[in-house]
Design a protein around this ligand. Sequence first.
Ligand SMILES: C[S@@+](CC[C@H](N)C(=O)[O-])C[C@H]1O[C@@H](n2cnc3c(N)ncnc32)[C@H](O)[C@@H]1O
Length: 229
Amino acid sequence: MPDPNLPVGTEKAAFVKEMFDTISPTYDKLNRIITFHLDQIWRRQTLNSLQLPAQASLLDLACGTGDFVKLARSQGYRCVGTDFSYGMISHSQLSTDLVVSDAMNLCFSNDSFDGITCGFALRNFTELPPVFRELARVLRPGGGIALLEVARPKSLVMRAGHGIYFNKIVPFVGGLLSDKKAYRYLPASVSYLPPADTITELLSKAGFHNVTHKLLTSGAAQLFTATKE
Ligand SMILES: C[S@@+](CC[C@H](N)C(=O)[O-])C[C@H]1O[C@@H](n2cnc3c(N)ncnc32)[C@H](O)[C@@H]1O
């Protein structure tokens, strides 16, 4: 159940967009510090899980400042990123093929991409079913998706340490180097995430098959993969 103090519906969408616009100038730096650079390892695992052929066309959904796009291009893929925060896109080091659009209503034609990645954004969407339907629409039949998200470790000891780090240290460091409110929201927003089996079920309902769920780094992150029928 989402934390009752967190916004929902259109209020959530407006809050999330404004928050990412605000933290965009320091987002990359904070991400590396907070995750000890694990974010880049997880992105690589996510991209590799798609097993795309050379020069495949890729969409990175909710691309932020474009980390996935950079990585995908460095591996020879043709990659477009999209995000609804103009601030995040405008603070990217990339100058081409980052497009402002909403995950609930993507500005791409049907069957456009061989693969889709999405990093750390599921909990920020207002609703998952319309987003998954959009992914199924813009992906070509037989194409794959790989969705990366944070998670909470299963082991009690890891969970306790992770809780202290994520709920106390991350907001403190974020408050010092960026925006206090935003870095209090980011850990709290994990409560928006439905359990993994609900997410896999929603993906199946949206028309995906071979849906898998995998924990990364002892459960600090999680990866969903699926193929369009
Ligand atoms: C935590 S950031 C992740 C950015 C990037 N994927 C990464 O790996 O660093 C979440 C991103 O989701 C974007 N986002 C949230 N809701 C969105 C929506 N409805 N449509 C498009 N982008 C959205 C935010 O603007 C933000 O850039």
